[in-house]
Design a protein around this ligand. Structure first.
Ligand code: ADP
Ligand code: MG
Length: 746
């Protein structure tokens, strides 16, 4: 959370460099943690707390226990434990008895004055002689060891940054990765030093100088601490309950500012009342139904009704259509586009890959055969002449439904009257791309579709400005899909299975991460593991990763009776078209491909999805791939070969095999990768959260969102006194890292 700015040049702006005990060397270390001034320090929140509040009498210490004691150093000696190696043994005594403190670091000796009282915190162990010892304890000297120390120590109470209370533990690892992607080492500062610094600025009253931007009424209605109190309690809490209260307050604020951004964006879109109104009349409805080869399922019909209700309004639709792989979103999109065309306007469908765009085009052409609706496909590989022709037709209104990839977003592509934009597989597009398409019409209605179910917290934040329609049931006649994690030894069995399926007229997909082996060219970069595991992950050897071209050769050799073909993103469009036609006509037994077939490929006779190097695919990709089989009511198999090297990778495959439920997959994915990586940090448009945790704080998020939306409803421009600071915060938060996409605030 960036610290809110205050107007005055006060204690908060004071550079840390000039604080007692800092100096240039430590100042530089602090700067590596992005700590330059007092304000930064106050917002440098601990990652954990240690209970050093309760002190155990030494006579009661038990081996295995992490314990705090307050004792006097009554004796100390060095013991030789090997050539040139010494350990320090100190006899620690309190009212109940004595225990030996042991350190395997000889320098400790200088820091333990004889007869001094001190706090010690460490693990109780048993030595070879079965004596209890306190091992490698942290300590803080309370008295100098002079006379009357006994009393003095007792009187000191908890007035210490590191002992006699609940103490903070800070992360001393700089957040930014090094150029090679590894984590930087911890900065060489001690916990005790940082604690002492924070303690001192709090003692000086720095926390009281931070301005609280949360409106008072909101704070009291949610029972939130005031900001100064929260900052103080988060660092040096009175109790663990206070830590939670403080954290809750700070997390709420982050989520509130985030939700304000979302609410403002929603408001921004809603205030345009210029969208074309396109009511679904009974006559139009009838014509649309006649065009579809099946009745919409109950769930599809509901989604379509919700969309049609939006399209009837002058306020632009901004809706997310979510439904698991194969639930039939395309039909709903088509119905919506036909409604648009029936009103004489244009619709555009944006697909993430060429293959999918082509398939949509094919499906639509078939369904719209003999109708007056004119379709146009803009291919990525189109020649300048084709491009010009397409652009001219589009500008003249001769194309009613335009299908294409992000090529549709280019400047040169202009519509005559674009009233509806459909974005398929939304998670493949960034916020920026959505905006670009939106800007092509006056204020087109926008429908985004995704098969990746979005965890609730994401739909409240990242997609919080969208209305949500859910298709929660599959069309009738779907086959069961069995998922199996395979071992190398299973290959003969697997290939026999492929042959048997081919005999039955069924097709197999074999998916690999790369087009060529031993090169860097890849259509499926390995999913980035979480920061924690990243540094440890061994580098994958290129040769371990299979490529399409080699695999085709291998399989042809291995399965001479089968027709094995390849499909990948680098093939010319005509070749792709030809392959897809052959596939549909049952002329392919095994299609070897890259991840390009992940989205949308729809072949009812496909029954096996064989995935190689599955460790290199993300969880949602795997689920999408699995969704490609069993679509024609036939039983399907998803056979997975993979050798994950990280714990996350293993978890991923386990989670994948454990459930077929897209929502659970998404939740697992979210949990394993964290919110940042879930949709890719760059395109997520989400500001970084420091205190709040989208998984853990879902209820808090809902509360913050309710409050934020209520505030924006009451004061849409955040103009009221006391709201301007909030508006500035929203701007600051969303502008960080140049992520302008999510909000436009005044
Ligand atoms: P997705 O939601 O994954 O994009 P599609 O739109 O590709 O799903 O639909 C999957 C398959 O289901 C297609 O073959 C489509 O023709 C079929 N389908 C869609 N809706 C229905 C329906 N109401 N009844 C029968 N089949 C349907
Ligand atoms: Mg689809």
């Amino acid at each position: 959370m960036p610290a809110p700015r205050t107007a005055s040049n006060d204690i908060l702006d004071r550079p840390l460099q000039f604080m007692k005990g800092v100096g240039p060397k430590r100042a530089e270390l602090l700067e590596r943690l992005f700590l330059k001034n007092v304000r930064d320090l106050l917002y440098f929140f601990p990652v954990a707390h240690k209970d050093r509040a309760s002190v155990t009498p030494v006579a009661h210490l038990r081996p295995g226990q992490e314990a705090n004691v307050r004792a006097q150093i009554v004796d100390m000696r060095a013991k030789r434990i090997g050539p040139g190696r010494e350990m320090i043994v100190a006899t620690l005594q309190d009212e109940s008895g004595t225990i030996d403190g042991v350190w395997w670091n000889p320098y400790v000796a200088d820091k333990l004055p004889a007869m001094a009282w001190a706090f010690f915190s460490g693990k109780v162990i048993r030595n070879k002689l079965q004596q209890k010892q306190l091992a490698n304890a942290d300590f803080e000297i309370l008295t100098s060891g002079e006379a009357d120390d006994d009393e003095a120590a007792a009187a000191m109470g908890p007035a210490s940054a590191s002992f006699g209370r609940i103490v903070p533990v800070y992360s001393l690892r700089p957040k930014q990765r090094r150029p090679d992607g590894t984590e930087p080492p911890e900065v060489k500062l001690s916990q005790a030093f940082v604690r002492r610094m924070v303690w001192n600025v709090l003692e000086e009253g720095a926390a009281e100088r931070i301005r609280d931007d949360l409106p008072e009424d909101l704070r009291s209605s949610r029972g939130l601490m005031n900001l100064s109190e929260a900052v103080r309690q988060f660092h040096f809490p009175e109790s663990f309950a206070a830590v939670e209260q403080a954290r809750r307050r700070l997390a709420f604020e982050e989520l509130f500012v985030l939700s304000l951004g979302v609410a403002l964006r929603r408001e921004e879109i809603a205030k345009h009342e210029t969208a074309r109104r396109m009511p679904l009349t009974p006559a139009i409805h009838e014509r649309i139904r006649a065009r579809l080869p099946f009745e919409l399922t109950e769930a599809q019909a509901r989604a379509f009704r919700e969309i049609a209700a939006d399209l009837e309004r002058a306020r632009p639709m901004n809706r997310l259509l979510q439904g698991d792989v194969g639930c039939g979103k395309t039909a709903v999109a088509l119905a919506s586009m036909l409604l648009t065309v029936a009103h004489g306007a244009q619709a555009a469908l944006l697909a993430p890959t060429e293959v999918l765009a082509e398939q949509h085009m094919r499906t639509f052409s078939k369904l719209l055969e003999g109708s007056r609706v004119k379709l146009g496909l803009l291919r990525g590989g189109a020649t300048p002449a084709e491009r010009r022709a397409f652009a001219e037709d589009l500008a003249a209104g001769a194309i009613h439904v335009a299908v294409g990839t992000h090529a549709l977003l280019e400047e040169s592509v202009q519509f005559k009257d674009l009233a509806l934009v459909v974005v398929d597989e939304q998670h493949k597009f960034g916020v920026e791309q959505r905006r670009a398409l939106r800007s092509k019409g006056k204020a087109p209605h926008v429908l985004v579709m995704t098969a990746t179910p979005i965890p609730r917290s994401m739909s409240l934040t990242l997609y919080g400005d969208l209305d949500l329609s859910i298709i929660d049931a599959l069309p009738p006649g779907r086959g069961e899909v069995v998922t199996r994690l395979m071992k190398e030894g299973d290959r003969p069995k697997v290939y026999k299975h492929l042959i048997a399926e081919a005999r039955a007229g069924h097709a197999t997909y074999v998916v690999l991460p790369r087009i060529e082996e031993n090169t860097v060219s890849s259509e499926a970069p390995a999913p980035k593991p979480k920061a924690k595991t990243r540094a440890k992950a061994p580098k994958a050897l290129w040769s371990e990763v299979k490529g399409v071209e080699e695999e085709v050769k291998r399989l042809r050799e291995h399965l001479p009776t089968l027709r094995v073909l390849e499909l990948h993103g680098r093939m010319p469009s005509e070749d792709k078209d030809r392959i897809l036609t052959m596939l549909r006509d049952g002329k392919v037994d095994v299609l070897v491909s890259t991840q390009v077939i992940e989205v949308g490929i729809d072949l009812p006779s496909a029954t096996i999805m064989l995935i190689e190097n599955a460790e290199r695919f993300g969880l949602s990709s795997l689920h999408q791939l699995r969704g490609r089989v069993g679509r024609g009511g036939l039983k399907g198999w998803c056979l997975v070969f993979g050798s994950p090297t990280t714990d996350d990778g293993k978890e991923r495959l386990k989670a994948f095999a454990a459930t077929n439920d897209g929502f659970q997959i998404a939740e697992a994915d979210f949990r394993l990768r964290g919110p940042g990586q879930f949709f890719g940090t760059e395109q997520s448009g989400l500001p970084e959260l420091v205190v709040a945790d989208l998984l853990r704080d879902q209820r808090l998020l809902q509360e913050a969102r309710d409050d934020a939306f209520a505030l924006v409803r009451a004061d849409p421009a955040l103009k009221a006194a006391g709201h301007e600071a909030l508006k500035k915060r929203v701007k600051d938060v969303f502008m960080k890292g140049g992520r302008l996409g999510l909000v436009d605030v005044g």
